[in-house]
Design a binder for this molecule. Structure first.
Ligand SMILES: [Zn+2]
Length: 302
């Protein structure tokens, strides 16, 4: 039986939504040509990969995250470790979008895509809406993973400091445990658009920190600088906490250490110690910041 290739299915989705794109090199509008490539009016051309994503970086960039980190994060998502967080973010979106109008949500720094996938699934389960999910990440490895997820989403390798989208195309921007670029977020949000930023709160993985950063100032975690910085760019309309304990099976301990930057730069002995302690539970503690886009000058339309 004839089956449409993944590339063609995704190319059709890119084509349907091609108006959201702008060339990362010259900022002109883009079109999908022959279900093969995204091309701007100056002929800058970005091919749709056979896995169904587009790489919109002009050059390769190496990132700290490797393939194993993405595998670990996916494992945790599958195991439900982020489920309460997904529930909280989904409720924010549903509470702030009450009409039947189509709506777009961008995950800026989506990694291997499981946060965006799970949030979209949760929204569809509770209150189905015409929602386009777009995920971008600077890591090609991450986007390759992501493209195996929800087939109706758009996945791009792209730089959050130079997003390949026209201005004001998104009602929601998610920024989950990932660096931000608020100037770009401000540009991309539509009127009344929201940034939903998730940062670790002070008890996040505290069981690990107590061991890894013994007698160092990193043992306690403060996100006050992050929140202040957020406040300068958006009207903070809410800041909620999501805090819960998760059970860790033995098989998940090593991946947990591998997933988190907490383990970077600490000694092998401490990592070994955590493995020996056979940690059974760990605290997940997040702050969810909701920022409303500030009023924009009228000349900012592209
Ligand atoms: Zn161009």
């Amino acid at each position: 039986m004839f089956q449409k290739s993944k590339k063609l299915i995704n190319a059709a989705i890119f084509e349907k939504h091609q108006e959201i794109f702008r060339c990362p090199l010259c900022k002109e509008s883009m079109q999908v040509i022959h279900l093969q490539s995204l091309v701007c009016s100056n002929q800058h051309c970005f091919d749709i990969a056979k896995q169904g994503y587009v790489n919109l970086l002009s050059r390769g960039i190496s990132t700290k995250y490797d393939k194993k980190n993405f595998e670990y994060r996916r494992l945790f998502s599958k195991d439900g470790l982020f489920d309460p967080l997904y529930g909280a973010v989904s409720r924010i979106i549903m509470n702030h979008h009450s009409s039947n109008e189509p709506v777009r949500m961008l995950d800026a720094g989506c990694g291997e895509g499981s946060h965006l996938d799970n949030i979209q699934t949760e929204i569809n389960r509770i209150k189905p809406m015409d929602l386009l999910a777009v995920g971008i990440d600077i890591s090609k490895e991450g986007i390759r993973f992501a493209a195996t997820g929800n087939p109706s989403s758009i996945w791009c390798v792209a730089d959050i400091a130079n997003c390949p989208f026209s201005s004001q195309k998104f009602k929601f921007i998610l920024n989950i445990l990932s660096p931000a670029n608020y100037t770009e977020f401000q540009r991309l949000l539509s009127n009344h658009g929201l940034v939903i930023k998730v940062v670790p709160d002070q008890d996040y993985l505290k069981e690990l920190r107590e061991i890894l950063y013994l007698r160092s100032d990193k043992q306690t975690y403060s996100n006050s600088l992050t929140i202040n910085h957020f406040n300068k760019h958006f009207n903070l309309i809410d800041a909620g906490s999501v805090r819960y304990q998760v059970n860790l099976s033995e098989q998940l301990i090593e991946p947990l250490l591998g997933m988190t930057p907490l383990s970077w730069g600490t000694s092998e002995e401490r990592i070994e110690k955590i493995l020996q302690l056979n940690l059974k539970q760990v605290t997940m503690d997040f702050k969810v910041l909701i920022g409303l886009v500030k009023n924009k000058p009228h000349d900012l339309n592209r």
